[in-house]
Every structure is written in C-alpha cells, then in structure tokens.
Design a protein around this ligand. Structure first.
Ligand SMILES: C[S@@+](CC[C@H](N)C(=O)[O-])C[C@H]1O[C@@H](n2cnc3c(N)ncnc32)[C@H](O)[C@@H]1O
Length: 264
C-alpha cells in the first residue's frame, strides 16, 4: 500500500517550539486532518487539502484520515502538543486495530511534539524533576470514579501530578472535586501551578497552593501541575520564583508533609 499517514505534534503553540520533523511532515502532506484551531496554526500550502473537524470527533477524524491514506495519499493528522498524550495517535491506533486488515499495511509514523505539562514545567523551573504522572480529568471516555481512584493513588504515592483537560463548559465542577480529593492526601501548602495557553501570546501562569487554588482559574486551555511533598519554591529578588522537585528524595516515605519554601 503506497499511502502514508503521519500523526504530527505541533507543540503547545509557539511556532518556535515546532520541531524540524514536524515541519517537514506538514509541508510534505497532500492532506491535513485536525481540529480547526490546530490546522489554523499550520501555514497554508497550495495544493494541500485541509479537513477540519470538531475537537470531539477524534474517531471519525482518524477513520477519515486513514481511509484517505489508504487511497494512496500522504496524509498528516495534526495535534496540539504531543500526539501520544491524550490525543490523536491513540485514536489512529484504535481505528487501525478495529478497521479493515488493509490499514495495517499503511506506513504510519508518529512525530512527537512538546506536550503541555513540559512546556509549563519549563516556564517555572523543574516541578517534574522527580517522579510524576499525568491524568486527564475528562470523563468522556472513562468514569469519574476511576478518575478519583487515580487521583487518590497518585497523591498518596507521592507523585507530582499534571492535570490535563481540567475543565470545560460541560464539566464546571470537576476540578473543584479533584482538588478536594487531592486535599485528602496532601497538605494545603502543596504547590499548584496553573498554565493557561502556555507559549501562546495570551499565556497566563500562576503559582498558588492547594488550599488557595480556585477551580475557576482553569479552562479548556489550561494544564495544572500539583506538586508533591518534595516540590518547593525558591523566591528570587526581582525575578519570578523557581518551582522545582529535587532529584533526591527529601521527605520520608509516607509523609504527606510539604517542603514548600518562600511565598507563592
Ligand atoms: C485533548 S488534550 C491534548 C494534549 C496535547 N496532546 C498535549 O500533548 O499537550 C487538551 C488539553 O491539553 C492541555 N493543553 C494543551 N495545550 C496547552 C497549552 N498550550 N497550555 C496549557 N494547556 C494546554 C489542556 O489541559 C487541554 O485541556
């Protein structure tokens, strides 16, 4: 089968964070598929077709892109951040597994991008410098009960936690419930970092504590990093503070105590 499909991560927003492999795959493609806001970030090229769809139509988009590639075209599926993080690479794999055997003969590549939590972490220091995990708070494809169990496990296990999809118009209360759940395991002084539209012109970053974190501070374009007992803040005169999680374990196992230093 001569068609090709590349699932391309375009990073968090700043074009300077788009890698060379992603640039070439986007420039070479005959057809681009993706959520409209992501396609808008890719420079137009004559002769290249664009197939925009809503952000909740991942399955249909993956199926359409694969069918197009199976007809012999060079197709790119465009995703924000990294395609493997709560995004289209898994949707494409799901369709290949469920679809006709011919799809398995396609040349499929996944081109990584900088995911939101890494872009935010880099902005404030190194909060992911020790063990961490990432969780999506969306209950579109999993139950809220599972989300709560995973929040419990992550917080009691001492992980720094990156929260993707923290809020949407359809789910206004979930982030508040997630913070309440985390507070069962973590002290109020635990550092929490909000990153909205990280690396874009309207970027907004704030550092607070679990006790003070407000669910209304997040929307669909926000990623949140909740620190562990190890995560600390260094105040600096005239400069933004640094938040980091040291590489060495500094808190005894099982301790819920926070190592926060300085003011948030
Ligand atoms: C469906 S997930 C896709 C994640 C994406 N594949 C990635 O690797 O960043 C969408 C969520 O990613 C997060 N996100 C993506 N880009 C972001 C950015 N530039 N700033 C803050 N959060 C972002 C938000 O939590 C958003 O609700």
């Amino acid at each position: 089968m001569s068609g090709r499909l590349a699932v391309v991560g375009i990073g968090p927003g700043d074009p300077a964070l788009l890698n060379e492999q992603a640039k070439s795959a986007l420039a070479d493609a005959d057809a681009l598929y993706g959520y409209r806001a992501y396609l808008d970030r890719v420079p137009a090229r004559q002769g290249q077709s664009r197939h925009a769809s809503d952000n909740r139509q991942e399955t249909a988009r993956a199926a359409a892109a694969l069918a197009h590639a199976a007809r012999g075209a060079n197709v790119a599926v465009v995703t924000g951040g990294d395609p493997g993080v709560f995004a289209m690479a898994a949707a494409v794999c799901e369709e290949i597994e469920a679809g006709p055997p011919a799809l398995r003969a396609l040349d499929v590549t996944v081109i990584p991008g900088i995911t939101a939590m890494l872009a935010l972490a880099a902005r404030v220091g190194a909060p992911l410098g020790h063990d961490f995990c990432a969780l999506s708070l969306s209950d579109n494809l999993k139950s809220w009960e599972v989300i709560e169990r995973r929040l419990d496990a992550a917080a009691s296990g001492g992980f720094v936690i990156a929260l993707y999809n923290p809020a949407s118009r359809a789910r206004p209360l979930q982030l508040r419930r997630a913070f309440e759940r985390l507070a069962r395991h973590l002290p109020g002084s635990t550092l929490v970092i909000f990153g909205r539209a990280v690396s874009r012109p309207d970027e907004r970053i704030s550092i607070t504590t679990l006790a003070e974190a407000g669910a209304e501070d997040a929307d669909m374009s926000t990623v949140i990093i909740v620190g562990s007992a190890e995560t600390r803040l260094i105040d600096r005169p005239g400069r933004a503070p640094l938040v980091y999680s040291p590489r060495k374990q500094t808190v005894p196992a099982g301790s819920g105590g926070s190592s926060r230093r300085g003011g948030a």
